[in-house]
Design a protein around this ligand. Structure first.
Ligand code: NAP
Length: 469
């Protein structure tokens, strides 16, 4: 078997493992195996690439592998789970930059070879790669709070963006017939860089999950185009898988937020008031109408509860309260309550964020219910326990047409007989808006870090149960 055959065989095995990995990721029980399969696939793809006959020296490759592995290991070890969306945005940025640089180098080497398919693929590659690079940096900045999370709009925004996309794609077509037009190639790259910024600017607040999926899709499509440009099958396949799954996830997230995909991408209208400007300022003080209780008050209510739904949110991730929440569920179940978890599709800061944390705490998957399945049950529930969730339980999404989250399906915690909410203050959540759930007469607010409060609550519930026995 020649080296070329070995490389193709490794690529074939890697592609099969990527597909099987994705399939396994579709179910929490097999998700871990899916990640391991994809990891083995990536190792095979890298080994195959290192065996490539065109490599003349390993010197720069080894230096790059050492530097890249060092950065990757540090990111894996030191970036906390709650910063995962920012990490993902940075990874997309690096991916986009790599793709764009490969495209530029391929163009400089083979630009005028006359292969029209390769030129078209290279043009798309640099355009999408550059767009992913700056777009992901913008998303990182917005998530990190370095750039305002509010949509930035101006008159004629959508038209000018569409025009820029049209000019860039026309540039790619021009290059297919005139590959020597270096200036046109530079315009395509520049427009890609500019569009990454311009397309993410008007997207704000609650729409960020869809943007991250979209950037994931751009990165995948750019990698796939790179595969065509380099004649590399594994890149074509894994880029298509990445691009396809990014688009599907984006569509699913828009559906979960009741927003049309087109509306998220081209939603901003010139002159319109940016959605998040409707945001309430942080309520630093406790509103007089609020019913603030202690952990013991919460334990007293829970002692007689027969049905409980736990609603986790971003605050649970921040405080790492998932293990305490599992213990609380166990204590309540030991007291005879039926305990279930309601998982909102955009709770937390990344798709599946709550599922991952609860799985880490060994909460049985059968106890997790998605919004559609459980929402009608809140009305017949004794106590809904909200652990660091805000936007996903905000009734304004149903009642206030002027609200930036109006129309997004929310968990009907306000319908439960009693809601006990754990958060540190009355400050707004990600969308920056006030939440009337927290001042409702049937709501008890327990203020403080969720991990500490829930941990004390577990002991208090156990005490109540012992007293009753
Ligand atoms: P949220 O609206 O961001 O609210 C989280 C709440 O947790 C905050 O109000 C905060 O209140 C509280 N909190 C923070 N640290 C805490 C701690 N240590 N202990 C107790 N509470 C704490 O979160 P959410 O309800 O999960 O909604 C998610 C939001 O993020 C949505 O708007 C969604 O669109 C957006 N988003 C989602 C994704 C995704 O893919 N899932 C990605 C990007 C953005 P205090 O400060 O008062 O404690």
């Amino acid at each position: 078997m020649s080296t070329v055959d070995v490389v193709q065989l490794l690529y074939l095995c890697a592609s099969a493992l990527f597909i099987l990995g994705l399939q396994n990721l579709g179910n929490p029980d097999t998700g871990r195996r899916g990640v391991q399969m994809a990891e083995v696939g990536m190792v095979l793809a890298v080994v195959g690439t290192l065996l490539h006959h065109e490599i003349v020296s390993y010197q720069w490759i080894i230096i790059s592998v050492v530097i890249g592995s060092g950065i990757g290991t540090a990111m894996g070890l030191f970036i906390p789970m709650v910063k995962m969306p920012e990490r993902i945005a940075l990874s997309h940025a690096f991916g986009g930059l790599a793709v764009a640089l490969v495209g530029v180098s391929e163009y400089l080497r083979h630009g005028n070879d006359g292969n029209m398919l390769v030129m078209a693929a290279t043009g798309l590659e640099v355009f999408l790669g550059a767009l992913t690079f700056t777009g992901s940096l913008m998303a990182f900045g917005k998530l990190q709070g370095v750039i305002t999370g509010k949509p930035i709009t101006y008159r004629g925004q959508n038209i000018s963006n569409l025009l820029a996309v049209g000019i860039a794609l026309s540039g790619v077509v021009y290059l297919v017939f005139n590959p020597d037009a270096v200036a046109v190639f530079a315009v395509v790259v520049s427009l890609g860089l500019a569009l990454g910024v311009l397309l993410v600017l008007p997207i704000g607040g609650a729409d960020m999950p869809v943007v991250i999926c979209l950037l994931n899709a751009y990165a995948g499509l750019a990698a796939s185009a790179t595969g065509f440009a380099l004649g590399n099958n594994v890149l074509i396949i894994c880029g298509a898988l990445d691009g396809g799954s990014g688009i599907i996830l984006g569509l699913m997230m828009s559906k979960a937020m009741n927003r049309s995909f087109r509306n998220v991408v081209f939603g901003a209208t010139a002159g319109a008031a940016p959605a998040a400007t409707a945001a309430a300022p942080g309520l630093k003080s406790v509103p007089s109408s609020a019913n603030v209780g202690s952990v013991d008050d919460a334990a007293a209510v829970l002692a007689s509860a027969r049905s409980v739904i736990i609603v986790p949110g971003y605050g649970m991730a921040v405080s790492q309260a998932q293990h305490m929440v599992r213990d609380l569920a166990a204590a309540l179940a030991a007291n005879g309550a039926e305990v279930r978890y309601a998982i909102h599709p955009v709770a937390g800061r990344m798709p599946g964020h709550m599922n991952v944390l609860l799985a880490e705490a060994n909460v049985p998957y059968e106890q997790l219910f998605d919004l559609d399945t459980i929402n009608d049950d809140f009305a017949a529930t004794d106590v809904a326990i909200v652990v660091g969730a805000n936007d996903v339980v905000n009734p304004a999404a149903k009642t206030q047409p002027s609200s930036p989250i109006y129309g997004m399906p929310v968990l009907a915690v306000d319908k439960a007989r009693t809601a006990i909410c754990f958060k540190r203050s009355f400050d707004p959540g990600f969308a920056g808006i006030e939440n009337e759930l927290f001042t409702k007469s049937s709501t008890m607010m327990v203020l403080g870090d969720a991990r500490k409060s829930v941990s004390s609550l577990v002991q208090a519930v156990k005490g109540e149960v012992r007293q009753a026995a």
